[in-house]
Design a protein around this ligand. Sequence first.
Ligand SMILES: *Cc1c(COP(=O)(O)O)cnc(C)c1O
Length: 379
Amino acid sequence: MIPYGRQDISEADIAAVVEVLRSDFLTQGPVVPRFEAAVAGQCGAAHGVAVNSATSALHIACMALDLGPGDILWTVPNTFVASANVGVYCGADVDFVDTDPDTYVMSVPALEVKLVQAEAAGHLPKIVMPVHFAGQSADMAAIGALAGRYGFSVIEDASHAIGARYRDRPVGNCAHSDICVFSFHPVKIITTAEGGLATTNNPELATRMELHRSHGITRDPARMAGDSEGGWYYQMVDLGYNYRMTEMQAALGLSQMDRLDAFVARRNELAACYNRRLADLPLTRPAQHPESYSSYHLYPIQVADRARVFADLRQAGIGVNVHYIPVHMQPYWASRSFTEGDFPNAEQYYAHAISIPLYAGLNEEDQDVVIAALASALG
Ligand SMILES: *Cc1c(COP(=O)(O)O)cnc(C)c1O
Protein backbone atom coordinates (compact mmCIF):
# COMPACT_ATOMS: atom_id res chain seq x y z
CA MET A 1 0.00 0.00 0.00
CA ILE A 2 1.32 3.46 -0.94
CA PRO A 3 0.08 5.65 1.96
CA TYR A 4 -1.35 9.16 1.47
CA GLY A 5 1.28 10.51 3.84
CA ARG A 6 4.15 9.30 5.98
CA GLN A 7 7.09 10.52 8.05
CA ASP A 8 10.67 10.70 6.82
CA ILE A 9 13.13 9.66 9.56
CA SER A 10 16.90 9.91 8.99
CA GLU A 11 19.80 8.36 10.90
CA ALA A 12 20.55 11.85 12.24
CA ASP A 13 16.98 12.03 13.65
CA ILE A 14 17.45 8.67 15.38
CA ALA A 15 20.84 9.69 16.79
CA ALA A 16 19.37 12.94 18.14
CA VAL A 17 16.64 11.05 20.03
CA VAL A 18 19.09 8.46 21.38
CA GLU A 19 21.40 11.21 22.59
CA VAL A 20 18.58 12.67 24.69
CA LEU A 21 17.81 9.23 26.14
CA ARG A 22 21.40 9.10 27.44
CA SER A 23 21.24 12.64 28.85
CA ASP A 24 20.07 14.01 32.21
CA PHE A 25 16.67 15.24 31.07
CA LEU A 26 13.86 13.33 29.37
CA THR A 27 11.46 16.20 29.98
CA GLN A 28 11.75 19.87 31.08
CA GLY A 29 15.37 20.05 29.87
CA PRO A 30 17.27 22.21 27.39
CA VAL A 31 16.10 20.73 24.07
CA VAL A 32 12.48 21.94 24.11
CA PRO A 33 13.59 25.62 24.32
CA ARG A 34 16.06 25.00 21.48
CA PHE A 35 13.29 23.51 19.33
CA GLU A 36 11.00 26.43 20.19
CA ALA A 37 13.71 28.91 19.18
CA ALA A 38 14.35 27.03 15.93
CA VAL A 39 10.69 27.06 14.87
CA ALA A 40 10.09 30.65 15.97
CA GLY A 41 13.27 31.66 14.14
CA GLN A 42 12.21 29.88 10.97
CA CYS A 43 8.88 31.72 11.08
CA GLY A 44 10.25 35.10 12.07
CA ALA A 45 8.08 35.11 15.22
CA ALA A 46 9.26 36.37 18.60
CA HIS A 47 8.11 33.37 20.68
CA GLY A 48 7.42 29.65 20.30
CA VAL A 49 5.63 27.46 22.84
CA ALA A 50 5.94 23.69 22.24
CA VAL A 51 3.35 21.23 23.54
CA ASN A 52 2.32 17.59 23.13
CA SER A 53 -0.06 18.15 20.17
CA ALA A 54 -1.49 20.84 17.94
CA THR A 55 -4.82 20.24 19.65
CA SER A 56 -3.19 21.22 22.97
CA ALA A 57 -1.58 24.24 21.30
CA LEU A 58 -4.95 25.40 19.94
CA HIS A 59 -6.48 24.90 23.40
CA ILE A 60 -3.86 26.96 25.27
CA ALA A 61 -4.01 29.57 22.49
CA CYS A 62 -7.75 29.95 23.15
CA MET A 63 -7.13 30.06 26.91
CA ALA A 64 -4.42 32.70 26.52
CA LEU A 65 -6.92 34.82 24.58
CA ASP A 66 -9.44 34.36 27.44
CA LEU A 67 -12.01 32.40 25.47
CA GLY A 68 -14.73 31.27 27.87
CA PRO A 69 -18.45 30.74 28.44
CA GLY A 70 -20.52 33.34 26.59
CA ASP A 71 -17.79 33.84 23.98
CA ILE A 72 -17.89 32.67 20.36
CA LEU A 73 -15.20 31.03 18.22
CA TRP A 74 -15.52 30.73 14.45
CA THR A 75 -13.53 28.29 12.37
CA VAL A 76 -14.16 26.49 9.05
CA PRO A 77 -16.08 23.24 8.49
CA ASN A 78 -13.35 21.89 6.18
CA THR A 79 -10.90 20.99 8.93
CA PHE A 80 -9.97 18.31 11.42
CA VAL A 81 -12.42 18.18 14.33
CA ALA A 82 -9.84 19.55 16.80
CA SER A 83 -10.07 23.10 15.41
CA ALA A 84 -13.68 23.33 16.58
CA ASN A 85 -13.40 21.14 19.68
CA VAL A 86 -10.98 23.48 21.48
CA GLY A 87 -13.70 26.12 21.59
CA VAL A 88 -15.93 23.69 23.45
CA TYR A 89 -13.07 22.81 25.85
CA CYS A 90 -13.17 26.50 26.84
CA GLY A 91 -16.96 26.50 27.27
CA ALA A 92 -17.44 28.83 24.28
CA ASP A 93 -19.97 28.60 21.46
CA VAL A 94 -18.55 27.49 18.11
CA ASP A 95 -19.78 28.42 14.64
CA PHE A 96 -18.34 28.01 11.17
CA VAL A 97 -17.50 30.19 8.16
CA ASP A 98 -17.83 28.46 4.79
CA THR A 99 -14.77 27.79 2.66
CA ASP A 100 -13.76 29.19 -0.72
CA PRO A 101 -15.00 26.91 -3.54
CA ASP A 102 -11.58 26.93 -5.28
CA THR A 103 -8.88 27.05 -2.58
CA TYR A 104 -10.91 25.32 0.20
CA VAL A 105 -9.68 27.76 2.87
CA MET A 106 -11.85 30.26 4.78
CA SER A 107 -13.87 32.41 2.36
CA VAL A 108 -13.25 36.09 3.11
CA PRO A 109 -16.55 37.19 1.47
CA ALA A 110 -18.42 34.61 3.60
CA LEU A 111 -16.60 35.90 6.70
CA GLU A 112 -17.55 39.51 5.87
CA VAL A 113 -21.23 38.63 5.40
CA LYS A 114 -21.31 36.68 8.65
CA LEU A 115 -19.60 39.51 10.56
CA VAL A 116 -22.17 42.05 9.36
CA GLN A 117 -24.99 39.75 10.50
CA ALA A 118 -23.27 38.97 13.81
CA GLU A 119 -22.69 42.64 14.56
CA ALA A 120 -26.36 43.41 13.93
CA ALA A 121 -27.35 40.55 16.22
CA GLY A 122 -24.79 41.48 18.88
CA HIS A 123 -23.01 38.13 18.58
CA LEU A 124 -19.56 38.93 17.24
CA PRO A 125 -16.91 36.21 17.65
CA LYS A 126 -14.06 36.62 20.13
CA ILE A 127 -11.75 34.43 18.06
CA VAL A 128 -11.67 33.58 14.35
CA MET A 129 -9.57 30.55 13.41
CA PRO A 130 -8.74 30.15 9.71
CA VAL A 131 -7.16 26.82 8.72
CA HIS A 132 -4.36 26.70 6.15
CA PHE A 133 -5.88 23.70 4.41
CA ALA A 134 -3.50 21.34 2.58
CA GLY A 135 -0.63 23.72 3.37
CA GLN A 136 -2.00 26.83 1.63
CA SER A 137 -2.43 29.94 3.76
CA ALA A 138 -5.82 31.58 4.05
CA ASP A 139 -5.91 35.25 2.99
CA MET A 140 -4.44 36.48 6.26
CA ALA A 141 -4.11 40.17 5.32
CA ALA A 142 -7.85 40.37 4.64
CA ILE A 143 -8.73 38.39 7.78
CA GLY A 144 -6.35 40.53 9.86
CA ALA A 145 -7.96 43.71 8.51
CA LEU A 146 -11.41 42.43 9.51
CA ALA A 147 -10.03 41.55 12.96
CA GLY A 148 -9.06 45.20 13.39
CA ARG A 149 -12.45 46.43 12.24
CA TYR A 150 -14.60 44.01 14.30
CA GLY A 151 -12.31 43.50 17.30
CA PHE A 152 -11.78 39.75 17.25
CA SER A 153 -8.54 37.83 17.82
CA VAL A 154 -7.07 35.49 15.20
CA ILE A 155 -5.54 32.04 15.72
CA GLU A 156 -4.12 30.44 12.58
CA ASP A 157 -4.53 26.67 12.52
CA ALA A 158 -1.39 26.08 10.44
CA SER A 159 -1.24 22.38 11.33
CA HIS A 160 -0.63 21.67 7.62
CA ALA A 161 1.56 24.62 6.85
CA ILE A 162 4.99 24.78 8.50
CA GLY A 163 7.42 25.82 5.76
CA ALA A 164 4.67 27.46 3.68
CA ARG A 165 4.77 31.12 2.71
CA TYR A 166 2.16 33.86 2.33
CA ARG A 167 3.07 37.07 0.46
CA ASP A 168 6.69 35.91 0.51
CA ARG A 169 6.91 35.62 4.28
CA PRO A 170 6.85 32.38 6.31
CA VAL A 171 3.55 31.18 7.73
CA GLY A 172 3.83 31.51 11.50
CA ASN A 173 5.22 35.06 11.59
CA CYS A 174 1.87 36.22 13.02
CA ALA A 175 1.91 39.45 10.99
CA HIS A 176 -1.90 39.22 10.71
CA SER A 177 -2.77 37.04 13.70
CA ASP A 178 -2.29 36.76 17.44
CA ILE A 179 -1.12 33.13 17.50
CA CYS A 180 -0.23 30.52 14.88
CA VAL A 181 -0.29 26.75 15.59
CA PHE A 182 1.62 23.90 13.90
CA SER A 183 1.15 20.12 14.21
CA PHE A 184 3.98 17.58 14.17
CA HIS A 185 1.87 14.43 13.78
CA PRO A 186 3.74 11.96 11.51
CA VAL A 187 1.62 12.71 8.43
CA LYS A 188 2.36 16.45 8.68
CA ILE A 189 5.39 18.25 7.18
CA ILE A 190 7.86 17.56 10.02
CA THR A 191 7.21 15.28 12.96
CA THR A 192 7.82 14.84 16.68
CA ALA A 193 5.53 11.72 16.72
CA GLU A 194 2.87 13.67 18.64
CA GLY A 195 3.50 17.36 19.10
CA GLY A 196 2.50 20.93 18.37
CA LEU A 197 3.80 24.46 18.73
CA ALA A 198 2.28 27.93 18.96
CA THR A 199 4.11 31.03 17.71
CA THR A 200 3.27 34.58 18.74
CA ASN A 201 4.85 38.02 18.78
CA ASN A 202 3.06 38.94 22.01
CA PRO A 203 5.18 38.17 25.12
CA GLU A 204 2.15 38.15 27.42
CA LEU A 205 0.37 35.54 25.26
CA ALA A 206 3.56 33.44 25.21
CA THR A 207 3.83 33.55 29.00
CA ARG A 208 0.17 32.66 29.43
CA MET A 209 0.50 29.69 27.06
CA GLU A 210 3.59 28.49 28.97
CA LEU A 211 1.57 28.72 32.17
CA HIS A 212 -1.37 26.75 30.78
CA ARG A 213 0.76 23.97 29.31
CA SER A 214 2.16 23.18 32.78
CA HIS A 215 -0.64 23.16 35.38
CA GLY A 216 -0.96 26.95 35.64
CA ILE A 217 2.15 26.88 37.83
CA THR A 218 4.68 29.70 37.89
CA ARG A 219 8.09 30.02 39.56
CA ASP A 220 8.38 33.67 38.53
CA PRO A 221 7.97 35.89 41.65
CA ALA A 222 6.72 38.70 39.40
CA ARG A 223 3.65 36.62 38.53
CA MET A 224 2.85 35.48 42.08
CA ALA A 225 0.16 36.72 44.41
CA GLY A 226 2.21 38.14 47.29
CA ASP A 227 5.87 37.38 47.88
CA SER A 228 7.86 34.26 47.05
CA GLU A 229 8.66 32.24 50.17
CA GLY A 230 12.07 31.05 48.87
CA GLY A 231 13.87 29.12 46.20
CA TRP A 232 11.54 26.12 46.44
CA TYR A 233 8.42 28.18 46.07
CA TYR A 234 5.94 28.03 43.22
CA GLN A 235 2.35 29.08 42.87
CA MET A 236 -0.54 27.73 40.87
CA VAL A 237 -2.10 30.97 39.67
CA ASP A 238 -4.58 29.55 37.16
CA LEU A 239 -6.03 26.15 36.20
CA GLY A 240 -3.69 24.61 33.63
CA TYR A 241 -2.92 21.21 32.12
CA ASN A 242 0.05 18.94 31.54
CA TYR A 243 0.53 19.53 27.83
CA ARG A 244 4.35 19.42 27.88
CA MET A 245 6.45 18.13 24.99
CA THR A 246 9.21 15.65 25.97
CA GLU A 247 12.90 16.18 25.28
CA MET A 248 12.92 13.19 22.90
CA GLN A 249 10.12 14.73 20.86
CA ALA A 250 11.88 18.09 20.76
CA ALA A 251 15.17 16.44 19.68
CA LEU A 252 13.37 14.71 16.83
CA GLY A 253 11.67 17.95 15.83
CA LEU A 254 14.91 19.94 16.00
CA SER A 255 16.66 17.39 13.81
CA GLN A 256 13.72 17.38 11.36
CA MET A 257 13.90 21.20 11.12
CA ASP A 258 17.22 20.79 9.28
CA ARG A 259 15.29 19.26 6.39
CA LEU A 260 12.14 21.42 6.52
CA ASP A 261 13.00 23.39 3.38
CA ALA A 262 13.99 20.23 1.52
CA PHE A 263 10.75 18.48 2.56
CA VAL A 264 8.61 21.39 1.36
CA ALA A 265 10.59 21.75 -1.88
CA ARG A 266 10.17 18.03 -2.57
CA ARG A 267 6.42 18.20 -1.86
CA ASN A 268 6.15 21.13 -4.29
CA GLU A 269 8.08 19.17 -6.91
CA LEU A 270 5.74 16.18 -6.55
CA ALA A 271 2.69 18.47 -6.65
CA ALA A 272 3.98 20.15 -9.81
CA CYS A 273 4.34 16.69 -11.36
CA TYR A 274 0.74 15.82 -10.40
CA ASN A 275 -0.42 19.19 -11.79
CA ARG A 276 1.23 18.42 -15.11
CA ARG A 277 0.36 14.78 -15.47
CA LEU A 278 -3.23 14.95 -14.20
CA ALA A 279 -4.10 17.94 -16.40
CA ASP A 280 -5.90 15.87 -19.03
CA LEU A 281 -7.85 13.62 -16.66
CA PRO A 282 -11.48 14.38 -15.69
CA LEU A 283 -10.67 15.75 -12.24
CA THR A 284 -10.12 19.11 -10.53
CA ARG A 285 -6.64 19.83 -9.19
CA PRO A 286 -6.16 21.96 -6.06
CA ALA A 287 -6.09 25.67 -7.02
CA GLN A 288 -3.26 27.81 -5.72
CA HIS A 289 -3.58 31.47 -4.79
CA PRO A 290 -0.79 33.47 -6.50
CA GLU A 291 0.30 35.01 -3.17
CA SER A 292 0.77 31.64 -1.53
CA TYR A 293 3.57 29.07 -1.53
CA SER A 294 1.98 25.91 -0.16
CA SER A 295 3.78 23.36 1.97
CA TYR A 296 1.55 20.78 0.20
CA HIS A 297 0.61 18.68 3.21
CA LEU A 298 -2.14 17.27 0.98
CA TYR A 299 -2.96 17.01 -2.71
CA PRO A 300 -6.78 16.99 -2.70
CA ILE A 301 -8.49 16.30 -6.01
CA GLN A 302 -12.19 16.49 -6.95
CA VAL A 303 -13.75 13.64 -8.95
CA ALA A 304 -17.34 13.11 -10.11
CA ASP A 305 -17.84 9.62 -8.68
CA ARG A 306 -15.83 9.81 -5.48
CA ALA A 307 -17.04 6.58 -3.86
CA ARG A 308 -16.12 4.43 -6.84
CA VAL A 309 -12.79 6.11 -7.60
CA PHE A 310 -11.86 5.87 -3.89
CA ALA A 311 -12.70 2.15 -3.81
CA ASP A 312 -10.82 1.49 -7.08
CA LEU A 313 -7.70 3.26 -5.81
CA ARG A 314 -7.75 1.42 -2.47
CA GLN A 315 -8.20 -1.81 -4.43
CA ALA A 316 -5.11 -0.89 -6.47
CA GLY A 317 -3.06 -0.49 -3.28
CA ILE A 318 -3.18 3.31 -3.15
CA GLY A 319 -3.78 4.55 0.40
CA VAL A 320 -6.06 7.42 -0.55
CA ASN A 321 -7.95 9.32 2.13
CA VAL A 322 -10.58 12.06 2.41
CA HIS A 323 -9.92 15.45 4.04
CA TYR A 324 -12.34 16.52 5.44
CA ILE A 325 -15.80 15.38 6.34
CA PRO A 326 -17.24 18.81 7.24
CA VAL A 327 -17.07 19.16 11.02
CA HIS A 328 -20.66 20.43 11.34
CA MET A 329 -21.91 17.16 9.79
CA GLN A 330 -20.37 15.01 12.55
CA PRO A 331 -23.05 13.59 14.88
CA TYR A 332 -21.64 15.49 17.88
CA TRP A 333 -21.93 18.81 16.05
CA ALA A 334 -25.25 17.97 14.39
CA SER A 335 -26.63 17.47 17.89
CA ARG A 336 -25.54 21.07 18.60
CA SER A 337 -28.04 22.26 15.97
CA PHE A 338 -25.92 22.23 12.82
CA THR A 339 -27.32 20.49 9.77
CA GLU A 340 -26.52 19.52 6.20
CA GLY A 341 -26.87 22.53 3.93
CA ASP A 342 -25.44 25.00 6.47
CA PHE A 343 -22.08 25.32 4.65
CA PRO A 344 -22.65 24.34 1.02
CA ASN A 345 -19.13 24.99 -0.31
CA ALA A 346 -17.48 22.72 2.26
CA GLU A 347 -20.18 20.07 1.71
CA GLN A 348 -19.88 20.23 -2.08
CA TYR A 349 -16.07 19.96 -1.80
CA TYR A 350 -16.32 16.98 0.57
CA ALA A 351 -18.74 15.11 -1.70
CA HIS A 352 -16.06 14.87 -4.40
CA ALA A 353 -12.79 14.96 -2.42
CA ILE A 354 -9.94 12.46 -2.43
CA SER A 355 -6.42 13.10 -1.07
CA ILE A 356 -3.87 11.20 -3.16
CA PRO A 357 -0.41 10.22 -1.83
CA LEU A 358 1.97 13.11 -1.21
CA TYR A 359 4.96 13.03 1.14
CA ALA A 360 8.65 13.89 0.91
CA GLY A 361 9.67 10.23 0.61
CA LEU A 362 7.28 9.44 -2.28
CA ASN A 363 9.47 8.28 -5.15
CA GLU A 364 8.85 8.67 -8.87
CA GLU A 365 7.96 5.02 -9.45
CA ASP A 366 5.28 5.15 -6.76
CA GLN A 367 3.95 8.42 -8.13
CA ASP A 368 3.73 6.74 -11.55
CA VAL A 369 1.71 3.93 -9.97
CA VAL A 370 -0.68 6.46 -8.38
CA ILE A 371 -1.16 8.35 -11.65
CA ALA A 372 -1.74 5.17 -13.66
CA ALA A 373 -4.26 3.86 -11.11
CA LEU A 374 -6.07 7.19 -11.17
CA ALA A 375 -6.17 7.25 -14.97
CA SER A 376 -7.56 3.72 -14.97
CA ALA A 377 -10.16 4.49 -12.27
CA LEU A 378 -11.33 7.52 -14.23
CA GLY A 379 -11.72 5.28 -17.27
C1 LIG B 1 -3.57 17.43 12.50
C2 LIG B 1 -4.48 18.60 12.71
C3 LIG B 1 -4.83 19.08 13.98
C4 LIG B 1 -4.48 18.36 15.23
O1 LIG B 1 -3.14 18.09 15.32
P1 LIG B 1 -2.59 17.11 16.47
O2 LIG B 1 -1.14 17.46 16.53
O3 LIG B 1 -2.84 15.73 15.97
O4 LIG B 1 -3.32 17.41 17.72
C5 LIG B 1 -5.59 20.23 14.07
N1 LIG B 1 -6.01 20.88 12.98
C6 LIG B 1 -5.72 20.44 11.74
C7 LIG B 1 -6.20 21.22 10.57
C8 LIG B 1 -4.97 19.27 11.57
O5 LIG B 1 -4.72 18.81 10.34
